[in-house]
Ligand binder design. Structure first.
Ligand code: SF4
Length: 436
């Protein structure tokens, strides 16, 4: 690979024009140089932005549930001359003018993770799988994060419930050990990129030593937002390789799950990181969140999947954006998601085509977007059953208000409107969602 291509950006105007290549490619420098508030954004990129745009960001941040952290690698990807519409900017920096009123069914923990946690830091929803939340920090913070209730710093609207702490790990591991039905553990957070190697080793080996645990998945967004972590933090990288090798020797699988949302994120640095992982026999699957204004068109999704495939990352899921408070502007109606799925299926091999899912609010788990059993187009209500989780229950997802007629939007938003609509349609069991 030509060295000049390492920074795929190649733009003449960059906030980091004078930064040495060795710094830019160092994960510690990336962490140290991250932008964590609007003042830092102004200091670093103020000359690329109109004062009114900075005000937009500042005011936008007062409305959202996720704090800001963007590293220089991501800052470099932003096209500053089209800041308002840039798909990378949109994921990490809110603007007041794009924020929409929440659908009344939006909650802070839309998947009901805290309700399905038998011990702190562990979500046990599917019979044989658990989600082990080992940290509440990430290299960057995504505005649409499902776990905004815990991840990142407090914002003006959300006080974080950051319970992730090593002091709870033993309880979580003991719970897994004492439940032989559990075969599959997703180690996530937050992001395991923020764990020290000794912590990764401790968790990885403890889980693999449990006989009934067959698979571990390490979830990290670092591949897409801090790929230099995979070649400048040798100790961290080698620890992941060691845990994977330990699992392989026990005839168990250790995978990495990544999070790419836009083709621009698949850079030559990602390829370098993937070459290392591939050489070590570590398999990577990707989970994409479908985001309005970022990747909600067939061309972008096809390009993303192709680019992921070329660097040996398997596109696994495309998620409907969860119903988390203050992210209404990112959501796409279910019918449109179904259309997108139909458009991209067949563009490449089936095994390299992601499954489009709705993670059913209230803890229903991931359902194929086409598999709904109830639909009311007028009110934008879609119901999914999830027999392995609760055979008696239907879980409902709601289309964004903007996709409904003006009259129906008013009905949803008037005081008591939510309850009245659900009662009228005989869906009164959803009141719980409204009350959260
Ligand atoms: S990296 Fe994952 S956990 Fe962290 S803010 Fe983004 S979506 Fe949330």
């Amino acid at each position: 690979m030509a060295e000049t291509n390492l920074f795929h950006f190649g733009k003449s105007s960059s906030p980091y024009e004078t930064i040495a290549r060795s710094d830019f490619l160092n994960h510690k420098w990336q962490d140290r140089s991250s932008v964590n508030n609007v003042n830092q954004l102004e200091m670093i990129a103020g000359s690329f932005l109109k004062p009114s745009t900075l005000t937009e960001v500042k005011e936008g941040l007062k409305k959202v549930g996720m704090s800001v952290r963007i590293n220089p690698y991501i800052m470099e990807m932003i096209e500053w001359d089209r800041f308002e519409t840039d798909p990378i900017r949109r994921q990490f920096l809110p603007m007041l003018s794009e924020i929409e009123p929440d659908h009344p069914a939006m909650t802070i923990d839309s998947l009901g993770e805290r309700e399905t946690s038998p011990v702190p830091n562990l979500v046990h929803r599917y019979p044989d799988k658990v989600l082990f939340l080992v940290t509440s920090v990430c290299p960057v913070y995504c505005q649409f994060c499902t776990r905004s209730y815990a991840v990142g710093q407090d914002t003006e609207t959300v006080k974080k419930d950051n319970v992730s702490s090593p002091k709870y790990w033993d309880d979580a591991i003991e719970y897994i050990r004492s439940h032989p039905v559990i075969e599959d553990v997703v180690v996530s957070g937050g992001d395991i990129a923020r764990l020290k190697p000794a912590m990764i080793k401790k968790i990885g080996t403890a889980l693999l030593d449990i006989e009934h645990v067959r698979r571990i998945r390490f979830a990290t967004k670092a591949l897409s937002v801090q790929p230099m972590k995979f070649f400048s933090d040798e100790n961290w990288f080698r620890t992941i390789v060691d845990v994977a090798n330990y699992g392989r020797a026990l005839f168990k699988n250790v995978y990495i799950h990544s999070h790419f949302n836009h083709p621009n994120e698949v850079t030559p640095l990602v390829e370098l990181a993937m070459r290392r992982l591939h050489a070590e026999g570590i398999y990577v699957r990707n989970q994409t969140v479908l985001l309005r204004g970022v990747n909600d068109d067939p061309g972008t999704l096809i390009k993303l999947n192709k680019k992921l495939g070329r660097v040996n990352i398997q596109p696994y899921y495309v998620y409907a954006c969860d119903m988390v408070k203050s992210i209404e502007h990112f959501r796409v109606p279910v019918q449109e998601i179904q259309y997108l799925e139909r458009e991209i299926r067949g563009a490449t091999a089936g095994f390299n085509t992601p499954l489009f899912v709705v993670d059913a609010p209230g803890g229903g788990g991931k359902r194929d977007v086409h598999s709904f059993e109830y639909q009311n187009e007028e009110y934008g209500i879609i119901g999914y059953r999830s027999p392995c989780i609760d055979p008696l229950k239907t879980y409902y997802y709601f289309d964004p208000l903007r996709s409904l007629t003006a009259d129906i939007q008013k009905e949803w938003l008037k005081p008591g409107g939510h309850e009245a609509i659900l009662a009228e349609l005989g869906l009164g069991n959803l009141m719980r969602l409204a009350a959260e």
